[in-house]
Design a protein around this ligand. Structure first.
Ligand SMILES: [Zn+2]
Length: 452
């Protein structure tokens, strides 16, 4: 396929912008990038897609999300509103995840992935929990990922909150899925070993997870999202959360620490020296009122900070905007978190993370040889776009509704705003029916019954 008449934003470091360019896709990769007129002459038989001046840029990457959270939207709980993040976990998320059946897991993933394709997000790092159906749940999600056509890295969160049998089942599920992928690799799938958070993991469970970790794999864990994680860690071990995880050999260049809102300077240094990835989710942090992560301090300390959405909408540009505004509002300093820092997080670091977890593919840039994971964006910019100011166009101009076409590995997943791999209306209808049943189970205080 030859995409012609495009304004190409390469999103490399440094970024480059080309007008009236063409991108030739072949064998799932970007085979050539050059002036539109020239490539049209050189490849007369290639199927054409006229971009008509639209932006062509890499699909977005989401470094931390929860497909299983789809049914939370609009769920009203009868109890008084939770007063802090630990209560939000107990009253909402731990009741929701327990209510999920395998079919709920499948449909939650599919509706989330439909939103991702529509928003131009093509690679996602999921963190899953469904205690009533642990075994095989990652296969259910992997099938949904394959059906949707995107790339995803999966894991199951181990926690002691539902008892030792459940923790053992979660460990087995991570190990099983990691081994399945290493025996049978797929370019659109990767995996890590999921852990909920220090505050729901005993020392012996952490030890069991480390002992069970297959060679070459790393962990994906929530870290110091709320002060309670630190209080709990100090009480359990005398160590702060990052130090405790380090003592259990959880950190490293294959591990992802989500949030890191309440980390101190020594913990930041440890995240940097161990080359642990950190993900930032400002919309979730604001919604849960847990504070703002020291993102710029972590960046200056050499930590690979990436951008996730923690289950919010898959529009990563909305997360850019939140990240940009949150640091300024919290610090009352408009110089904080300039858009270049944000580009380093959401473009360079997210691409480096994805390329570490999907070593067979090169994503996150429009360059020859990279995976053909790209989007077309109908953006009529009122001001010039250049390589340097592009991040400000993301913050102040781009909206997910402007994405018209989404392509992953050369396969068109959305064309002219119509999804090709998923039937959105049917999925949404099925999701509404399943969500209503899950909400009833949540309100009745029950989990999913396998016989249901
Ligand atoms: Zn999360």
């Amino acid at each position: 396929m030859l995409i012609t008449n495009a304004t190409v934003i390469t999103c490399e470091k440094p970024n480059r912008v080309f007008t009236q360019h063409a991108v030739l896709l072949y064998g799932g990769r970007i085979a050539r990038l050059g002036p539109s007129a020239k490539l049209a002459v050189e490849h007369p038989r290639a199927r054409k897609l006229d971009a008509q001046g639209q932006l062509v840029m890499p699909g977005a990457i989401c470094a931390h999300t929860h497909f299983y959270g789809a049914f939370a939207r609009g769920l009203a709980l009868a109890a008084p509103a939770p007063r802090d993040f630990p209560e939000i976990l107990e009253m909402l998320w731990w009741r929701l995840d327990r209510s999920l059946s395998p079919e709920d897991v499948r449909v939650s993933a599919l509706v989330t992935l439909a939103d991702a394709i529509r928003s131009g997000t093509t690679t996602l790092f999921d963190h899953h929990s469904s205690p009533s159906c642990v075994d095989g749940s990652l296969d259910v999600i992997a099938d949904a990922v394959e059906q949707a056509g995107v790339r995803a890295s999966l894991c199951y969160e181990v926690s002691d909150r539902d008892g030792p049998a459940m923790a053992d089942a979660a460990i087995r599920e991570n190990v099983r899925f990691l081994k399945r992928l290493s025996a049978n690799p797929r370019p659109w799938l990767s995996a890590s070993f999921g852990l909920h958070a220090s505050l729901t993991l005993s020392g012996s469970t952490l030890q069991a997870c480390r002992a069970a970790l297959p060679d070459g794999a790393g962990f994906h864990v929530h870290v110091a999202e709320h002060e309670q994680d630190q209080y709990d860690s100090l009480q359990k071990s005398g160590l702060r959360v990052v130090e405790r995880l380090h003592a259990h050999e959880i950190l490293g260049e294959r591990s992802i620490a989500a949030h890191c809102v309440h980390v101190d300077a020594a913990e930041v240094a440890l995240l940097s020296s161990t080359r642990t990835w950190v993900t930032h989710q400002p919309r979730s942090n604001m919604n849960n009122a847990v504070g703002a992560a020291p993102v710029e301090s972590m960046l200056r300390s050499g930590v690979g900070v990436c951008l996730g959405n923690d289950g919010f909408s898959s529009s990563m540009w909305d997360e850019w905007k939140a990240a940009y505004l949150q640091q300024k509002a919290m610090s009352r300093d408009p110089r904080r978190m300039d858009a270049n820092s944000l580009a380093e997080i959401a473009l360079s670091n997210n691409a480096a993370l994805a390329n570490a977890f999907f070593p067979q593919t090169h994503v996150g840039a429009i360059v020859e040889g990279a995976a053909a994971d790209l989007i077309l964006v109908d953006y009529q910019s009122p001001t010039p776009i250049d390589s340097g100011n592009f991040p400000w166009h993301v913050v102040f101009g781009l909206q997910s509704g402007m994405v018209t076409t989404t392509i992953v590995g050369g396969r068109v997943l959305m064309k002219d705003r119509k999804l090709t791999t998923l039937n959105e209306a049917e999925l949404a209808e099925r999701s509404r029916r399943l969500a209503a049943r899950a909400w009833k189970r949540i309100r009745d205080g029950g989990g999913h019954d396998a016989g249901e």
